[in-house]
Ligand binder design. Structure first.
Ligand code: HAM
Length: 431
């Protein structure tokens, strides 16, 4: 579990804001659910045989003796909330969420015990159109963020009959190759054979080369649905690979599943993943409702963006302007100036244009000599200092001083306080 410190938290905010913006643009609404849920909810939806439920949940008894679990993902909570509040009753919903999730996994790069997901879930649409919309929204996020080299993989897991038939066929194939399987895969033959397709073991992958493909077991409807999705993606010019061995670590999926993978990120290469899970609402006590969604790992996203030196990850958390003032009365003028600059339309415009990097104005508070305050201003990384000393206070002026770069001849200028906003805006724009 990590602390996200001030030297990176601004990048998180910018990344989250950009992704949320893409969803808001497409008519998604935020849902905020509790971080703890009844343990049963996850066991019933994610599947008792999955790694998540069988060994990764943070589960505890509360004072009433009820078994609670820190949410390992957001999908089950959305469905629980939707049923509880009647959101699926004669309605369609496009929801999104953002927040911490908890899994007791072995920590490594890109895999943490508390991690953060931004996800969206759509309820009430059975077709491939909503799937294309969701996948296109991921694509838009990556473009907006400047994320490179992320490949889309898609697969269809069909309906339960197709999966049962495929399971039998896969098992009978694997039984002929048991000697070449690792211990984990042999164990999975009993509990969850499809997950063997996901094995990282090279020898197991070798065996799987000639294994039957789930795509040969799809019903006509499922096959047509999957074709339709591919048609939409092609029309949108979104490149994809059909990976018949793509299965997911959660048991609730049917038909379409997908992952966005950044191959050079190592073992934990999946930044974003999701699929269709039409059975869950009924499974949890609601009326049958088609569902489709995704979740994105924010840690992975931020790390890859930093490794790729994407512009959004290179943003600074430094103020634009640092205000220096020498005594109590000039401090009062400094406070007014800070408010004026921060509230100005120019500041707001910059905020919108630079994805969260606002026109920012830091005020020196506390006691300090002029020299001491200038040192702080320098250290803050600000581009400009505004100084209100005794003379400035008496004249209602301020001295604007350039701290970074070369602005031609002039290094500082004393101007009327009412002109500060204009002068500062022009100077910052010319940098
Ligand atoms: P998931 O594949 O378990 O799916 O997680 C989605 C994403 O969360 C992963 O691709 C990864 O980026 C990130 N993630 C998962 N575990 C960790 C971890 N331990 N540390 C860091 N990042 C992690 C789900 O959670 C489904 N609820 C997705 C979904 C939504 N399906 C339908 N709707």
């Amino acid at each position: 579990m990590n602390d996200i410190l001030p030297d990176t938290s601004h990048i998180w905010r910018a990344v989250e804001d950009a992704c949320v913006q893409v969803l808001l643009q497409r008519g998604y609404h935020q849902i905020r659910t509790p971080i703890v849920e009844s343990t049963n909810l996850f066991a019933r939806s994610i599947g008792a045989d999955t790694d998540i439920v069988s060994k990764e949940m943070y589960t505890f008894e509360d004072r009433n003796g009820d078994s609670l679990t820190l949410r390992p993902e957001g999908t089950a909570s959305c469905v629980r909330a939707g049923i509880e509040h009647g959101l699926f009753y004669n309605q369609q919903q496009r929801l999104f969420y953002i927040g911490p999730m908890f899994r007791h996994e072995r920590p490594q790069k890109g895999r943490y015990r508390q991690f953060h997901q931004l996800g969206a879930e759509c309820y009430g649409w059975p077709g491939a159109d909503i799937e294309a919309e969701v996948i296109a929204s991921n694509h838009a996020m990556f473009q907006y963020l400047g994320l490179r080299d992320t490949q889309l993989q898609i697969n269809s897991l069909g309906d339960s009959q197709a999966r049962a038939e495929y399971r039998r066929s896969l098992l009978s194939y694997l039984e002929g190759h048991v000697d070449a399987l690792d211990e984990d895969s042999v164990r999975r033959m009993q509990s969850n054979p499809l997950r063997i397709l996901d094995s990282k073991n090279a020898q197991v992958q070798q065996v799987l080369q000639n294994a039957p493909s789930i795509l040969d077991f799809l019903s006509e409807d499922s096959a047509a649905h999957f074709q339709q999705l591919q048609g939409f993606l092609s029309d949108l010019d979104i490149e994809y690979t059909v990976n018949p061995r793509l299965v997911r670590g959660l048991d609730y999926y049917n038909d379409t599943v997908f992952e966005w993978v950044n191959a050079d990120f190592g073992a934990q290469a999946t930044v974003c993943a999701g699929g269709r899970y039409d059975g869950m609402v009924q499974q949890l006590g609601g009326t049958p409702t088609p569902c489709f969604g995704f979740a994105m790992g924010i840690e992975r996203l931020v790390q890859i963006l930093s490794e790729q030196e994407a512009a959004i990850s290179q943003q600074s958390n430094q103020p634009d302007v640092f205000i220096i003032s020498t005594d109590l009365e000039s401090r009062s003028q400094a406070l007014r100036l800070q408010r004026e600059l921060c509230d100005s339309q120019n500041a707001q415009k910059r905020l919108e244009a630079e994805q969260g990097h606002a026109f920012s104005v830091q005020l020196f508070c506390g006691e300090g000599s002029l020299k001491n305050q200038f040192k702080r201003a320098d250290k803050s990384g600000a581009k400009l200092a505004i100084v209100i000393g005794e003379q400035e206070r008496l004249d209602n002026t301020a001295t604007v001083k350039l701290l970074r770069g070369n602005f031609g001849e002039e290094q500082q200028r004393t101007i009327a306080q009412k002109d500060v906003l204009n002068v500062v805006t022009n100077l910052l724009e010319s940098l």
